[in-house]
Ligand binder design. Structure first.
Ligand SMILES: Cc1cc2nc3c(=O)[nH]c(=O)nc-3n(C[C@H](O)[C@H](O)[C@H](O)COP(=O)(O)OP(=O)(O)OC[C@H]3O[C@@H](n4cnc5c(N)ncnc54)[C@H](O)[C@@H]3O)c2cc1C
Length: 489
């Protein structure tokens, strides 16, 4: 099946039988129609439909190398700068649709998978079968346009101890045994955003995995369908409260549920395993950096950040214009801060693409340093945008009736007393409800935490940035300066 439509996405989800726990309910079928997922699933369906829009088809798809049928462009393995940029255009088109509020759009993990498949020999260094497995999995996902989630984190129980030292050896998902057909996995993994509704889950090395033989049971990289027997998802509460798009413009559309993935002796067939054991290869994120997956995922993330920053800029300018506060200096400063962030992101993205080079696996790969700077910086700057929105909108975020009052008996009061300088009450409430959902609601809080953590702990990412950055020339320059007078003396 080539690039799928929204209906095909929904039909597949509704016909799959899985085990998802939410709000005290066990949901096994028709997830697309469940109130906790319905709004989000519709938004994802819209993304798939964009692949079939006459005006967007060329941006969103490319001919499959195996069938010639159109498939999603985020699967394209770029060999040239133009192809790399074409991936960015596709990713931006999807990101704009949710204003950067969706983090697990297919392009995020497709980018990772396409890089891993190109680097098949990395997996093959242990067993050539692993190389074949990652390539055929990539082709399977591409040709069926499957939606992936992933889990890289072990349960939090005791972060002062290694995985194998936890009180329960199968708290974190580990390999219980091997059978003739594959591995049996028992335990939990965090935190699968979209876990309940994705087609497949990639279960890849944890960031805390140690290169210690005792961590061998936790050393694996595999992928399974979300409806595989024994796998269940324990979801957080939904922040889509079933309210209208008017009341909750973001939460009613884009709340990507997060879930704990629990493996109850799941038998993972060997053909879905890409690496087993070998903690020395899977530690410290080696898989992601050495295959090029990390750079390509970051490329997608920066594009999403761009869309989100443009949204925040537009929103803040609309608020300032509505209540005529843009003449105040601190308001100008706050808006300028977002403009500076936006232009900096654009510059770094462009630098990453302009300095892209073909990596050892033959893939045109963005320069790492500019993108790495973005991934370290955005978690720190995004919360400032959120704070700026509520500083600009102030009580306007709370003197905010809901749709039923806006269009009900109180409509006249709304129109009169909630008017802004240049729009009537109804339109002002519509705008400020969007600001509320971007800066105050449970959805907004989750977005802020998501931006801070989803790509890893910023504290440890900063350490990784420092260690990976070539600092030697600057240290040498200091030495040279300290000894500038030595030659003459
Ligand atoms: C909304 C949301 C969605 C997410 N979605 C996904 C997803 O889809 N897939 C996925 O795999 N992951 C996902 N994550 C998980 C994300 O990758 C982690 O939150 C992140 O890597 C931090 O790990 P942790 O949450 O286990 O925090 P912990 O590692 O438990 O850290 C807790 C605190 O202790 C500190 N700390 C712990 N250990 C150390 C250390 N060794 N050195 C210094 N400080 C330390 C941290 O700085 C932090 O302040 C998501 C997270 C969020 C918040």
């Amino acid at each position: 099946m080539p690039a799928r439509t929204g209906k095909e996405f929904i039909d597949r989800l509704n016909s799959s039988e899985r085990e998802v726990y939410i709000h005290g309910e066990k949901v096994t079928r028709n997830l697309a129609d469940h109130p906790a997922f319905r709004g989000l699933v519709r938004s994802y369906a819209e993304l798939y439909d964009m692949q079939h829009d006459d005006e967007l088809r060329a941006t969103m798809t490319y001919p499959s190398p195996t069938t010639g049928e159109p498939v999603g462009r985020s699967f394209l393995q770029p060999r040239t700068h133009d192809e790399l940029r074409s991936r960015r255009d596709m990713m931006k088109t999807w990101a704009d649709h949710s204003m950067g509020m969706l983090g697990r759009t297919g392009d995020y993990l497709n980018s990772s998978l396409m890089a891993m498949a190109a680097a098949a020999d990395w997996f093959g260094q242990v067993d050539p079968q692993f190389a074949r497995n990652i390539v055929s999995y990539y082709e399977h996902v591409r040709e069926n346009d499957l939606l992936l989630t992933h889990t890289l984190i072990n349960p939090q129980a005791n972060r002062a101890k290694a995985t194998h030292e936890q009180a329960d050896p199968f708290l974190a998902a580990g390999i219980v045994k091997e059978t003739d057909n594959g591995i049996v996995v028992r335990g939990a993994r965090m935190l699968a955003t979209l876990g309940g509704i994705a087609d497949e889950i990639m279960v890849f090395p944890s960031t805390v995995l140690r290169a210690d033989p005792k961590d061998e049971p936790y050393s694996y990289a595999f992928a399974v369908p979300c409806d595989i027997p024994g796998l269940r998802f324990l979801c957080r509460e939904s922040y889509d409260y079933g309210r209208s798009h008017f009341d909750h413009p973001l939460g009613s559309r884009f709340d990507e549920i997060d879930a704990v993935a629990i493996f109850d002796d799941v038998e993972v067939p060997y053909e879905r395993c890409f690496m087993i054991r070998h903690p020395e290869l899977l530690t410290r994120g080696r898989l992601y950096s050495e295959t090029g997956a990390l750079v390509h995922m970051t490329h997608q993330v920066v594009v999403k950040d761009l869309a989100k920053t443009e949204f925040m800029l537009g929103l803040m300018c609309k608020i300032a214009d509505a209540i005529q506060i843009d003449g105040f200096q601190h308001v100008q400063e706050k808006i300028a801060q977002v403009i500076i962030a936006l232009e900096t992101l654009k510059g770094l993205l462009r630098a990453g693409e302009a300095d892209a080079e073909v990596n050892q696996w033959g893939i045109m790969t963005p320069a790492w340093d500019p993108l790495n700077v973005c991934r370290n910086w955005y978690p720190r700057i995004y919360p400032e945008f959120v704070r700026s929105v509520w500083q600009l909108a102030a009580s306007g975020l709370f003197g905010l009736p809901t749709e039923k009052d806006v269009f009900g008996e109180a409509a006249e009061d709304v129109e009169r007393y909630l008017q802004a300088a240049n729009i009537g009450g109804k339109e002002r409430v519509r705008l400020f409800r969007l600001a509320w959902d971007a800066a105050v609601s449970a959805f907004a809080g989750r977005q802020e935490a998501y931006e801070f953590f989803f790509f890893g702990d910023p504290v440890r990412m900063a350490g990784a940035l420092m260690y990976s950055y070539d600092r030697r020339p600057y240290m040498d320059r200091i030495d040279a300066f300290l000894h500038r007078d030595d030659e003459g003396s």
